[in-house]
Design a binder for this molecule. Sequence first.
Ligand code: G
Ligand code: G
Ligand code: MN
Ligand code: NA
Length: 250
Amino acid sequence: RALAVSLRQAVAKGELELYYQPQNDAATRQLVGFEALLRWNHPERGMVSPGEFIPIAEESGLICEIGEWVLREACREASTWAQPYRIAVNVAPLQLAQTNLPTIVHEALLNSGLGASRLELEITETGIIEDQTRALHVIRQLKSLGVRIAMDDYGTGYSSLATLKNFPFDKIKIDRSFVDGVNTDRQAAAIVRATIILGSSLDIPVLAEGVESEEHLAFLNAEGCHEVQGFYFGRPLAKKALDVMLAENA
Ligand code: G
Ligand code: G
Ligand code: MN
Ligand code: NA
């Protein structure tokens, strides 16, 4: 409860911060983009992880206001980069249920000057399960702006194949819980392999999350995975560390 009250003021007080985790081409290892990950720099508690406060933000509906800030901030940040790296932004189920989401995204793009094709919105299956018709309508409007849509945490939700068939995804992100076991667990390896084949067959590039080792990467490359993200390529970086990385890659 106390957290819910202070979260309400966190946006205005500038306590929210975005970290950026690199996303790389699996075969060439080249940097292709970043996922923006929210952090709350709480004056007394220190860094509060999104796992702790996103659920509170969702319950209270605050996620819409926070999500709008995230979109604006991520677009503004990406517009300053010398290279046209992609920026991936998480969109909560409640945001997707808002009919004005396309307007919010459109304005974030206009105000930052970021090209729409550089923005990728990550949505989860939970976000589209409740009202599929409405979600599809909103996603079509987002796509018509030129932004990309990624299916996040693939495999952990309802994982309906109908969802992949009916929604115009530009990417599938395999959840790190599967990637973690690819070298040791036959089931995990089979699921990751099958998902890569599924994505490739549907012409949807697949990104593996939670890549932590050369062994993970070797498996994913052998299976034809397109992109990777994880501690092996980089932890989520604060803005200062991000600037250092961008300078190194310039
Ligand atoms: O960065 P970390 O692993 O702690 O993130 C934990 C969870 O919080 C992840 O599931 C991630 O998708 C979610 N998350 C991080 N940033 C955002 C955000 O800006 N908006 C939403 N809705 N979720 C986020
Ligand atoms: O749900 P989502 O995919 O948006 O969340 C990504 C989360 O996963 C972030 O909170 C990030 O800190 C975490 N993460 C990113 N890479 C790795 C990794 O290689 N290993 C582990 N254990 N967690 C990771
Ligand atoms: Mn994500
Ligand atoms: Na994910």
